[in-house]
Write a protein of this length. Structure first.
Length: 426
């Protein structure tokens, strides 16, 4: 008896391969550095065209760094939690706890004690989030929102009984706190400042960037910068980090290899809260030297966005925090004039995006991007300054745009936010 088989054509054989999407290539460090250098050159060109020298001045870059630090610390907190598989929407509440506890201890016992208490305050919020999500398996989003509301109410209640009766304090703000002080590289910073004032192409812009990093630098800013490579080393170069990340990728497989998944998740979320609390303490001890109700202003959520923009990696997170800090600083220095110059920068960036999309034969997204670039160019040509209402919205608009444009390259930990029970794989 003969068996009739269906002939297989070359089209059928190649069909699965044709349908399979090629994996997204990771950006290597040289490519990232090349992109950053290209952005700096483009910014220098925009500065020369518009005459908005403030967009790359030393003061602008210094303000951007100061505003980026709390966002970056909140993002690091989100990174630690989500690498262990726990979504931490409660970063905003943990930052609020860090601002209050940091100020409460800081005005009584000094700013360095305030830093320690700020970390502890955020860690308390992290511990609460861990108990709710890991032990009781409550939805991570619901738990995070509840912690944000609880932190806001708790700090208002505590302020009434502590700051209201203190000398120089009220029910919504703390007494003034001693400064941690600042540090400037002698000689080098002054030279860079003078070089930046000359207005030379690229040279002055690079001098402004370096001058912002080396001028009026708080010790806590330096600590925050060092925490980025330290987190990368711990999470990607130690056995502790490997076990922690395995809990966020496949907790069942990690448990089968002897990893105490609950312990690592708890540690990650508590550390996450500590980072967010440190970011909050930075706001009350460095940025303003006073606690003021509502001073986090959504930076916990922007930190979470920076983490997503960075694809759950410390380096990308730092770039995202720097971007959001820079756009936030635009409204403080130069306001509408600087943001107006940035419109032209966005036009150039969108033009490059259009060329890239057409090269990849993605014509519909390319057409939409070209339309957006044309509208921005018309806005730039028909106006001399951006309205103040839009200036205050700039950091949040940039947050949405960056997340929309970078969404296709994102890969979150596979078990991030998924419920887990000990022994469920048995």
């Amino acid at each position: 008896m003969s068996t009739q088989s269906t002939p297989t054509t070359s089209t059928d054989v190649n069909k699965p391969a044709a349908q399979a999407k090629p994996p997204a290539r990771k950006l290597s460090l040289p490519v990232v550095l090349l992109l950053v250098a290209g952005l700096l050159v483009l910014t220098s060109v925009v500065r020369l065209i518009t005459g908005a020298d403030g967009i790359t001045s030393t003061g602008q870059m210094s303000a951007a760094l100061r505003l980026a630090v709390p966002i970056g610390l909140a993002g690091l907190g989100g990174l630690w939690a989500e690498r262990a598989g726990v979504v931490n929407i409660g970063l905003e509440g943990m930052m609020i706890l860090g601002t209050w506890f940091g100020a409460w201890a800081g005005y009584q016992w000094g700013p360095w004690t305030g830093i320690v208490f700020g970390i502890l305050g955020g860690a308390i919020g992290g511990l609460l989030h861990a108990v709710i999500t890991i032990t009781f398996n409550v939805n991570h989003i619901v738990s995070g929102v509840a912690i944000n509301i609880l932190a806001l109410g708790a700090t208002r209640y505590l302020s009434i009984f502590t700051f209201a009766d203190a000398d120089g304090g009220t029910a919504k703000q703390s007494p003034p706190i001693d400064s941690l002080g600042t540090w400037t590289v002698p000689g080098v910073a002054d030279g860079l400042h003078d070089l930046g004032d000359k207005g030379w192409f690229l040279v002055s812009d690079l001098a402004g960037l370096l001058g912002g990093v080396l001028t009026d630098l708080s010790p806590l800013t330096l600590i925050a910068i060092l925490l980025v490579p330290a987190s990368w080393w711990v999470l990607w170069r130690t056995s502790f980090g490997l076990r922690l990340r395995s809990c966020g990728e496949n907790p069942v497989a990690a448990e089968s290899l002897g990893v105490n998944v609950y312990k690592y998740k708890y540690l990650a979320v508590i550390i996450s809260g500590g980072f967010a609390g440190l970011g909050g303490a930075f706001l009350s001890l460095v940025s303003s030297n006073i606690y003021l109700e509502g001073q986090t202003a959504g930076r916990g959520y922007i930190g979470l966005a920076a983490m997503i923009f960075g694809n759950w990696m410390p380096g990308g997170l730092a770039l995202g925090a720097g971007l959001f800090g820079y756009t936030d600083s635009l409204r403080l220095r130069g306001g509408g004039e600087n943001v107006h110059a940035v419109l032209l920068l966005l036009v150039f960036l969108l033009a490059f995006a259009v060329a890239y999309l057409i090269w990849r034969k993605r014509f519909l997204p390319g057409a939409v991007t070209a339309l957006a670039a044309a509208l921005l160019l018309v806005w730039y040509l028909l106006s001399d300054e951006v309205p103040s209402q839009f200036v205050s919205m700039t950091p949040y608009v940039v947050t949405l745009l960056v997340l929309a444009l970078s969404a296709q390259r994102l890969r979150m930990p596979k078990a991030d936010g998924l419920p887990y029970r000990k022994g469920q794989g048995g």
